[in-house]
Design a protein around this ligand. Structure first.
Ligand code: AMP
Length: 282
């Protein structure tokens, strides 16, 4: 597996593949690989002739300096795991290569960026995500980009940006990979102590309670949200938000029909976790 560190070198390498007519799949990441990341890479590998993964802990999308500082980093292990999952090229620029002195451009995606995570973390989070992914898609012009359903709002924001800015790339969304007890895999899970690891299941329990309430014929979103919040409180966790929204617009939904995103965020000990379920009610 090759490791490339500069945007120009990355573009040059992609041009070589294009001349050979090879299809290119791209998996953007911040590293600390777990089965969630590896599932995206394996899928990209089965769909494409060349697989490129990026590894860049993007300072622009972190609100809290402590969260950025604590973000796990181990490039050598990540490189080994990526190679095993079928990655041909790891694009691992440093901060200076991505944001050289004088860097002054920010991409803002209105609407879908402003609710849920955007409301809690402030506008700079999705501005950071959109700006870095636009740069990555320019460095790695690819046929398909692979994103995880785990970050459902990120998918909605990036879909909007890709459409609005005419990026010629297909978005492939892969299912959330979970631990055997249902906790969604996340690079932040390693920072959960054993008590917090147990309490982190509150997010899963909240989503399960919401799904059960819907199955039992809950008349509206408020009823679903109440059932979910009660379940989480039994685990000693207060959600930052528990939302039932339209899966495309991310706008709150009262009557439960169509494509629905059930999304939750909660702080568990030192870590902020998110999870979601996507359902369809006809
Ligand atoms: P990250 O490195 O956390 O920014 O994530 C990189 C990509 O992996 C994003 O598209 C995430 O949505 C995806 N991802 C992270 N965790 C999971 C998971 N548990 N299951 C599936 N995809 C995931």
């Amino acid at each position: 597996m090759e490791i490339i560190r500069s945007p120009r070198e990355m573009q040059r390498r992609v041009r070589e593949s294009r001349v050979r007519g090879e299809s290119i799949g791209f998996v953007p990441t911040m590293g600390a690989f777990h089965e969630g990341h590896l599932s995206l890479m394996r899928r990209a590998s089965s769909d494409n002739e060349v697989v490129i993964a990026s590894l860049f802990v993007n300072p622009k999308q972190f609100g809290e300096a402590a969260d950025l500082a604590a973000y796990p980093r181990d490039e050598a292990t990540d490189a080994r795991l990526a190679e095993g999952a079928g990655v041909d090229i790891l694009y691992a620029p440093d901060v200076a290569a991505m944001y050289p002195p004088g860097f002054a451009t920010t991409i803002t995606v209105s609407g879908v960026s402003e609710v849920l995570e955007g409301a809690m973390r402030g506008p700079s989070h999705f501005q950071g995500v959109a700006t870095v992914v636009a740069k990555l898609l320019n460095a790695v012009p690819c046929d398909r980009v692979y994103l995880g359903q785990k970050d459902a709002q990120q998918v909605a924001v990036l879909r909007r940006m890709i459409l609005d800015l005419d990026f010629d790339v297909e978005v492939v969304v892969c299912p959330t990979v979970r631990e055997s007890d249902g906790l969604a895999m996340s690079s932040r899970n390693v920072r959960l102590g054993s008590d917090d690891r147990m309490r982190a299941l509150a997010l899963r329990h909240g989503l399960d309670a919401a799904l059960s309430a819907i199955d039992a014929g809950a008349p509206d979103a408020d009823t679903v949200i109440r059932a979910a919040t009660d379940a989480m409180r039994k685990d000693g966790i207060e959600p930052e938000y528990f939302a039932v929204v339209d899966a495309l617009s991310l706008e709150p939904m009262q009557n439960l029909h169509g494509d629905i995103l059930i999304a939750v965020a909660a702080r568990v000990g030192p870590v902020r976790l998110i999870d979601n379920e996507l359902i369809q009610i006809s």
